[in-house]
Design a protein around this ligand. Sequence first.
Ligand SMILES: CC(C)(COP(=O)(O)OP(=O)(O)OC[C@H]1O[C@@H](n2cnc3c(N)ncnc32)[C@H](O)[C@@H]1OP(=O)(O)O)[C@@H](O)C(=O)NCCC(=O)NCCS
Length: 152
Amino acid sequence: MPLVTEGQFEDGFGPDGRFVKFEREGNFIICDETTRPIGRIGFHDYNPEDRHAGLAIFIGEKDVWSKGYGSEAIVAFGNWYFNIKGAHRLWLVVFADNLRAQRAYEKVGFVREGTWRENVYLDGKWADEHLYGLLRREYNARYRPDLGETAL
Ligand SMILES: CC(C)(COP(=O)(O)OP(=O)(O)OC[C@H]1O[C@@H](n2cnc3c(N)ncnc32)[C@H](O)[C@@H]1OP(=O)(O)O)[C@@H](O)C(=O)NCCC(=O)NCCS
């Protein structure tokens, strides 16, 4: 299945043209400065009553990990998710040993909300997972103060 649907791209937002294309339904391509696609970002399991969903992000090329693309993409996606889609909360679950991902999420403003102990049986071992959450008011206070009190 393709990550995006051909013909549904629009110009996006984000500094340096890094996050330049997105698909209308909330699944976006992450591009580098040359507009080369390097990954994707989107959401899953949207709950329309409580307006929350899980974040899905993946940068496919290891040589561009830890260069800021992931955290920058989350900030750009967050504006669409909270202020255009109108969602209230974004959550994610991450392996406890994935320190790079946790650092990226915490840098952006996600709060660690708890640990699911031995939640996954992987390669013959039990692994812990952490739950993280980011609220609309936290996102907007940090990244969109221009929107004022009503956006909090
Ligand atoms: C997780 C992912 C989206 C993060 O994107 P990214 O562009 O690599 O992340 P960023 O560069 O924005 O931030 C990573 C931070 O972790 C730091 N870091 C890297 N390795 C680390 C480690 N072992 N321990 C602690 N911090 C680490 C980086 O230095 C950077 O922090 P800094 O900016 O303060 O220096 C991306 O690496 C990815 O897709 N990885 C593969 C799939 C994956 O792990 N998905 C997450 C599933 S929940």
